[in-house]
Design a protein around this ligand. Sequence first.
Ligand code: SAM
Ligand code: SF4
Length: 474
Amino acid sequence: MTAQDLNSRDLTTIPHTHRKLHVVTHGCQMNVYDSARMADLLRPLGYTTVDKPEGADMVIMNTCHIRERSEEKVFSALGRLRVMKEEQGGRMMIAVTGCVAQAEGEVLAKRAPFVDLVVGPQAYHRLPELIAQAHRKQGVVIDTEFPADQKFDHLPDVAAPQGVVSYLSIQEGCDKFCSFCVVPYTRGAEASRPALSVLAEARRMVATGAREIALLGQNVNAYHGEGPDGRVWTLTRLLTEMAEIEGLQRLRYTTSHPNDMTEELILAHRDNPKLMPFLHLPVQSGSDKILTAMNRKHKADDFRRIVAQLRDVRPDIAFTSDFITGHPGETDADFEETMKLVRETGFALAYSFNYSPRPGTPAAALPQVPKEVKDARLYELQAELRRQQDEYNLSTVGLVTPVLFTGRGRYAGQIAGRSLYTQPVVVEHGAELTGEIHMVKITRANANSIVGTLINPPLIPPLSPPLSKEKIAA
Ligand code: SAM
Ligand code: SF4
């Protein structure tokens, strides 16, 4: 079957209420949010989501372009979809969305002509119209425009419930142009969603069961949305209003940039009782020379200062971060600076990646660090971060701490939840406690989760006790 045959399917013959949609999500939490919103958009067109691509009428592959490996994953997954599409006689419509679609639109259409739609992250709200176009037209329909109006304004109000822990996108894009990063090119300029629209969606989430909401953005702490009073609201202001929502118990925000960690936001970790003692703050490197080369516009000591200030106002706060090893120009001495920063800080968890040259970004044009050098540094860094994660989880053993229960555990008789510090918690208990917060004594730490027992008689926990670990443990 030729690519053209594969693109000439007629979905109009499928009963309106029986269309099956399968969405594959790669990459960050913002993509997870976008995938859910695309499913919301297509529900009124008769699409219900299914777990497998086999037999689906439409498959959306929501992609990530942040590293080369993420992009390779897309092309190999598309190869498998092509086979399925052929087996279905070309009936399956394939849409590629997200950052690979944005960055590689034309290339994608050439390399994978059996794809029907290529849609950039700013054009999701036009999906129904683009699907209709794809029905009429032979070949690939591409929409990778950055429209002046915001996609947030066009997304439907009715969203499928995400569960006890829900994610809410409040800011998109980035103007910071770090030397290594494709986000400013794939997601466009930084734009914040108006505060009223965020608050309305948060209330709807709580009405359908959310108890914890994480606000999302590429640089979420740079949020500057229009407030109902006509003024610009900062993230701190928004978090203050969100804390007033009845039934909402916990608030988080991610991902933050050190340069936007303002004094008022730091103090919110002391003053906002619903704001969790947890912060994901990528620093990327501990070397000032490399931070300058990365165009981060902050020094390693700025990161140290922010960590110290936050620990001062909220002693039990847990930190996570992102690191890149082998950025162009990184010497052994620069890498040692990163290791020093890691050892000094003590992370609950951190993500680390080898630098991956992204076409069109400034660092990609510079002389590269050899792969074996990058690999060796990443190995050393990850060993230290793993050690810190284990040490952190172990340090919570013996604590009596509030756990928000999110559902059943993996095994019968278990319930699962989240600690204040985002650790997955497992408790052996038969009762249904989903959506409730209970005090749990942590008894054991595993590699990626902690285990505890419910405190009996149950204590009514404070939302986010502003106490040091020692005090919580008492
Ligand atoms: N806005 C956040 C910040 O300023 O740190 C990060 C967002 S980025 C989508 C997520 C992470 O991917 C980055 O923190 C960085 O560590 C990693 N990353 C981005 N581009 C990369 C590249 N070219 N190679 C390796 N890692 C990369
Ligand atoms: Fe990418 Fe974050 Fe830098 Fe923006 S601030 S360019 S999203 S790494």
